[in-house]
Write a protein that binds this ligand. Structure first.
Ligand code: ATP
Ligand code: MG
Length: 446
């Protein structure tokens, strides 16, 4: 028979064991596993079915004579990706990688897969184009590599929360619908807000700064929206930003906090995601604190020595960053510090001795920017002056500037792009794979 298996309800059936728990059962125990079919091997009268659940995989072995003919018949029509429950007897198997297998007694198929997925579930890289995978993202996310990536992401986020709470940071959420641009840039998404124009927030910058007045140390993990018209492997239109801001601190304190945070995250992933790291052959970077620090001037000098066409005061282009990373053998995390004030946003504090420089840093991973941070300006007049220089409409920032009349503390902070951080530690080449449902100039669905 090779038709569609009848789809049934769960009724009273409930999972008794996860796949990985089967090995601790006794021979002949009756179990119910639930999940979906990740692979089927058919040897005529012998069928091997891999059933995957959120913990792992178990093998179901159906042999003529060992299990009811009705079950064998169902299995002959079973398709990869179908969701099902298998009731069966445990057979301990030293040789099997999972230590045990299940001989099926009864099968309930909840939902048959109608189509074969256009990509393989195993294997680290898929040869199928990213767009095809993203079009069917929920299914793509069943692939082992992405399972590992998003489990590592989970640890990354929980370990950041754990670390920052210990350091005395309060978790906050700031508005995502805003009246004025944070940084005055053009990369904003306009929206309708009742009868007015508003924007999606490109960063929580000004709000988190304000909150240092009342809570001192705050952090937010939330979306940022940027209308990035270019198609690169490192930009999304909607990304998750890990933003911190702390009172009575400057950029060197912020850098120290950030490097300790990274150390803690890597340590937590090593402890909690051993299976994912091994099965997906992910090699985490080994870091030593303090991370290397290069000033902007040092980087520029090195580029000039290599005859790169750069000028003091310019931003460092992606190509130049690639050159620097390979020339100085920078293939892990490092800081570039003391950027020219002119290319940093208005709230970044210029150095009190060298006004052209700013108290700022970028955290890099090879040629990829992971985070930007700085000491912020906490004097109103200085801030207004900087805004004027950058051509911003000061009246529009009135709501922000007026809090500076009430004793805002010296403060500093940084924003880390979650997807870029995840890319760097898992070796992903395209940021889209670090996001469940990436948004870019061409993609607004799924
Ligand atoms: P880039 O120069 O790479 O476009 P940026 O300097 O404009 O980044 P910042 O405003 O400094 O970005 O934002 C802080 C961090 O947020 C960045 O270091 C990056 O990790 C992340 N980030 C910024 N824009 C994006 C984006 N469009 N997609 C994904 N992550 C982003
Ligand atoms: Mg930046």
């Amino acid at each position: 028979m090779n038709g569609i298996i009848e789809e049934v309800e769960m009724d009273q059936w409930r999972r008794t064991h996860f796949s990985s728990e089967i090995r601790s059962c006794s021979e002949n125990d009756t179990v119910i596993v639930m999940g979906w079919v990740s692979s089927i091997r058919d040897h005529g009268n012998l069928h091997f079915i891999q059933v995957k659940d959120r913990i792992g995989e178990t093998q179901v072995v159906a042999k003529k004579g060992d299990c009811p003919d009705s079950v064998l018949e169902q299995i002959q029509s079973l398709k990869e990706h179908s969701s099902l429950a298998v009731k069966g007897r445990v057979r301990l198997q030293q040789k099997s990688p999972t230590g045990a297998e299940i001989v099926p007694v009864e099968l309930k198929v909840f939902s048959n897969a109608r189509n074969a997925a256009p990509f393989m579930l195993q294997g680290k890289r898929s040869s199928i184009g990213l767009d095809i995978r993203l079009d069917l993202r929920a299914v793509d996310l069943r692939r082992n590599i992405l399972q590992s990536i998003f489990r590592i992401r989970h640890t990354l986020l929980s370990s950041i929360r754990e670390f920052l709470a210990k350091e005395g940071f309060l978790e906050v959420n700031t508005p995502k619908m805003i009246a004025t641009a944070t940084e005055g840039g053009a990369a904003l998404f306009p929206i309708f807000y009742y009868d007015r124009e508003a924007f999606l927030a490109q960063s929580p910058q000004l709000y988190k700064e304000q909150l240092t007045m009342s809570f001192e140390n705050v952090y937010e993990i939330g979306p940022i929206f940027r209308a990035e018209p270019s198609r690169t492997n490192r930009h999304l239109s909607e990304a998750i930003s890990i933003d911190t801001e702390m009172a009575f601190a400057d950029y060197s304190d912020a850098m120290q906090l950030l490097e300790r945070l990274i150390f803690h995250v890597l340590d937590s992933i090593r402890k909690n995601n051993n299976d994912e790291l091994n099965s997906s052959e992910i090699v985490l970077p080994n870091i030593k604190i303090p991370l290397p620090r290069y000033s902007y001037d040092q980087i520029l000098e090195s580029l000039m020595e290599s005859d790169e066409n750069v000028r003091y005061g310019d931003d460092i282009s992606p190509q130049a960053l690639k050159l620097i990373a390979s020339k100085l053998n920078l293939n892990s995390f490092y800081f570039i510090t003391d950027w020219p004030a002119s290319i940093k946003p208005f709230y970044v504090k210029p150095n009190s001795k060298f006004e052209a420089k700013s108290e700022s840093f970028d955290l890099m991973f090879g040629p990829l920017e992971i985070s930007s941070g700085s000491t912020r300006i906490n004097r109103k007049l200085e801030l207004v002056e900087r805004m004027r220089k950058q051509g911003l409409n000061i009246q529009k920032f009135d709501y922000h500037l007026k809090v500076f009349d009430y004793g805002i503390p010296p403060h500093a902070g940084f924003g880390v792009g979650l997807e870029r951080f995840l890319m760097s530690i898992t070796g992903l080449e395209n940021i889209r794979d670090a996001s469940l449902y990436p948004r870019d100039i061409d993609r607004l669905a799924p």
